[in-house]
Design a protein around this ligand. Structure first.
Ligand SMILES: [Zn+2]
Ligand SMILES: [Zn+2]
Length: 73
């Protein structure tokens, strides 16, 4: 259980789906308004795959979003 908060803290810059860097501006210390994810639409279905504790904290990476769209999103 204690591992979970650690995971959440280190995961702001990590994609919750693949575990790679998500390139989020917020995680890099910049304004989240500058983040590429602000200009993207994240379908509800892909957000459902994000563990609840990461939802709204860590961005899904572009790779996962593109892969989802390619696979019939
Ligand atoms: Zn990813
Ligand atoms: Zn972001």
């Amino acid at each position: 259980m204690t591992d979970q908060s650690k995971l959440t803290a280190q995961s702001a810059g990590t994609c919750p789906l693949c575990g790679k860097a998500n390139g989020c501006a917020g995680a890099a210390g910049r304004s989240h308004a500058e983040c590429w994810c602000m200009n993207e639409i994240f379908p509800q279905e892909i957000l459902k795959q994000v563990p609840k504790e990461h939802l709204g904290k860590a961005c899904i990476c572009k790779e996962c979003l593109e892969a989802y769209k390619r696979n019939g999103g």
